[in-house]
Design a protein around this ligand. Sequence first.
Ligand code: HEM
Length: 444
Amino acid sequence: MSEGPDPAAVPLPEEPAAPEPGQPAGGVSRRRLFAGAAGGAVAGALVGAAGTAAAYSLGGASTAPGGAQSEEVDSVDLTKSVPFYDQGNQSGIRTPPQRHALFMTFDLNPSATAQDLQVLLARWTAAIAQLVQGKTIGVVEPPRPDAVGIDTGEAYGLEPASLTVTVGLGPGVFDDRFGLADKRPALLADLPRIPGESLQAELTGGDLSLQVCSDDHQVAYHAVRNLARMVTTTAQTRWVVMGFGRASAGTGQTTPRNLFGFKDGTRNVSGDADFDEFVWLKDADWMTGGTYQVVRKIRMTIENWDADRVSDQQRVFGRTKNEGAPLSGAKEFDTPDFAKLDGDGATLIDASSHVALAAPENNGGMKILRRGYNYTDGLNDQGLLDAGLLFISYQNDPAHFVTLQEKLGRFDLLNEYIQHVGSGVFAIPPAPKTGGYIGQALFE
Ligand code: HEM
C-alpha cells in the first residue's frame, strides 16, 4: 500500500473561507451552515455570543428545517461556561467537543484510605465547580506575595472557554482495600486482551481519570495542573495525553479531521434516543445517569500513511478523503450501502474497511459515542513524528467497545498504520448535585 503518490489524487479540502468583514484572519467567531443528508443551503454569517450560546444549547439534538441532518455550527464563544451541578449526567460527554483536551489518570497510593478518596473527590468537585465558571481555586486573588499553595495563576483573566472536567473511577477503586467492593458498577472490570494491541504498562490503567476539555488550551492545562496538585499524598499521576483539534464531531458541529486527513465523527451517537439507548445507564443504582469511559492512546504512523495513494487511503476507511462520503455514495451524510457493487462485482466499500467493520448496520445496530482528540508527542526515538488519536468512547457497556475492537483488531485495513499503545476503562458517575460531590453515593 505504499507505491508513491497517486497521480489521480483527490483534490485537497477547500481552503478556509476568506475572513468576514471586520473579522481577523483565523478569527474563531464564525458560523457555517452545511447541507445535510437531504441537501440544503450553504451560508456563512457572524454570530455574537447569544447566537453561539443558542447553537450550543442545541445539546446534540439538532435537526435542520427541511429534513437536513443538522445545522452545523462551528464557532467558539470563550465566555461560555458549561453547567456542572444538577445536570444528571456529567458534562464533557454530551457537551459538543471543545477544541482541546487533556486526559490524565492517577493511581491511588497504597497508603490511601477510603476517607482519603472521599476527601479528594469532594475537593475536586468543589474546585471543578469554580474552574468551570472561569474562577480560580483558592481565595487569594490577586496573589498575595507571601501566599503558597493557592491557584497557580496562569488562567487569571482568561474566560471559562467551555471548560469541562469529567471524573472517572477505575476498577482499582472497588478493590477490597477500600471496602467499596459492594458498590462496584456492574460492568466495570479491566478490559480483556484484544487482538493486535501493543499496550505499554506506563500508558495503561489508572484508578482515577480526568478528561479536561476546553476551547482554550491554557484553561484546560490550568485545570488539570491544579487538580493534579490537590491529590497530595492520596494519589500520583500515571499517564497523560495532551489532545488538540477534536477528532470527532458532536451534532451541530462541522466534522473535524483526524491526523490521517479524514473527517472523523460523521456517523456518531447523536440525539436523545441514541444517548438513552447507547450511553447513559438506567436503573443502575448509584450509577444511574452515569456511563463507562474507554480510552485508547492510538499511535498513527503518519509517515507511512502519507506515502500511500489517496485511493488506497480511501479504501482503508471506506470513505472519500475530501468530502468524507461513503464510497457507495456521493455526499458525507449519505448512508453507506455496504452491499453496493462496482462494475467488477466487488463491494464499493471493502468489507475489511474501517467503517464496514465498525458500522452499526454490521454490528447488530450497536453504537458507541466517540469523543476523541488528535495528539502529538513530538518526535519518537527514530526521529519521526509521534502522533495519533486520543480515542475516548462512552457507552453503557464497555463490552460494546470490546466487541468492535476485537473485530477491528483482527481485520481492519487501518491496522497497517496504527498501534494501540495505551488503554483505560473507567466508570463515570452521574453529575453531582449542588452541595454534593462526585461519587458521593459510594460513601453513604
Ligand atoms: C487511529 C484510530 C482510528 C481512526 C483514525 C479512526 C477513524 C475513523 C474515520 C475516519 C471514520 C469515518 C467517519 C465517521 O463516520 O466518523 C470512523 C468511523 C468509525 N470508527 Fe473509527 N477510527 C479509529 C479508531 C476506532 C476505534 C478504536 C473504534 C472502536 C473500537 C472506532 C469506531 C468507529 C465507529 C463506530 C465508526 C462509525 C462507523 C459508521 O457508523 O459508519 N474507530 N473512524
